[in-house]
Design a binder for this molecule. Structure first.
Ligand code: ADE
Length: 227
């Protein structure tokens, strides 16, 4: 069984979007992974197809109603569904490459995309939704965040990336940012490729790359070194 993603959203027309392009799109067409969407509004019960209501206790914005969302989740994900149930939310645990790797090794994910002020806390608890954030900034909704998560996950699924786009050395795989890369021409606007990279000494190249990765990580992301 291939990795299966199911998005619950008020904007299913946004998908596959970027997930349908390039190597991910080819993998989707070849059945290396699956993508389905469900329109949350289809589970509303009133004439106006209402999915949200004002926050209890007052305040601005609207909150997704728990009963409507629960019905949508139950329709796409039975209680014994082995897939992770995610809720894209700026309140979530920050997404990491480690969680991305775990998801890519698993059966798939049901991903709820929030809009408005948030989601009623009771449905988060009752359906065991794992809140995931893609960063410390606020988007208008979870759809683009779900695409970011899926792009990171799906590229790790065997067969999606060719050997030419291998991810052995890339940023975060070893807890460091990636070292600088160069390619021809030898001289570009007066700047040379560092001599060590054209020396043919593989040991020296590996040591230089390691030093560069550590220096870059120390300067930009000291929090990664502390881990
Ligand atoms: N929805 C709104 N902002 C978000 C964020 N930063 N991460 C995930 N989902 C979101």
């Amino acid at each position: 069984m291939s990795f299966s993603a199911h998005i619950v959203t008020l904007f299913p027309e946004l998908f596959p979007g970027p997930l349908g392009a390039s190597v991910l799109g080819r993998g989707l067409a070849e059945g290396l992974w699956r993508l389905e969407t469900t329109q949350l509004r289809d589970f509303a019960t009133d004439r106006h197809r209402t999915v949200d209501d004002t926050p209890s206790g007052g305040g601005a914005g609207l909150v997704l109603k728990p009963d409507i969302l629960a019905r949508a989740i139950d329709a796409v994900s039975p209680p014994d569904d082995p897939r992770s149930r995610l809720l894209m939310s700026p309140r979530g645990l920050p997404l990491t490459q480690a969680r991305v790797r775990e998801l890519a090794a698993g059966p798939g994910a049901v991903i709820v995309c929030g809009r408005f002020e948030g989601v009623d806390q009771r449905v988060i608890e009752a359906r065991g939704l794992e809140e995931v954030s893609i960063g410390d900034y606020v988007l208008a909704g979870g759809e683009v965040a779900a695409m970011v998560l899926l792009e990171a996950v799906v590229r790790l699924i065997p067969g999606v990336l060719g050997a030419a786009e291998s991810h052995a050395d890339e940023s975060f795989e070893h807890g460091l940012l990636e070292y600088p890369q160069y390619t021809r021409p030898q001289q570009f606007e007066g700047r040379e490729i560092p001599a060590v990279l054209t020396s043919g000494d593989h040991g020296k190249v590996a040591r230089w790359r390691r030093e560069q990765a550590e220096a870059l990580t120390r300067a930009r992301r000291p929090d990664l070194l502390a881990r």
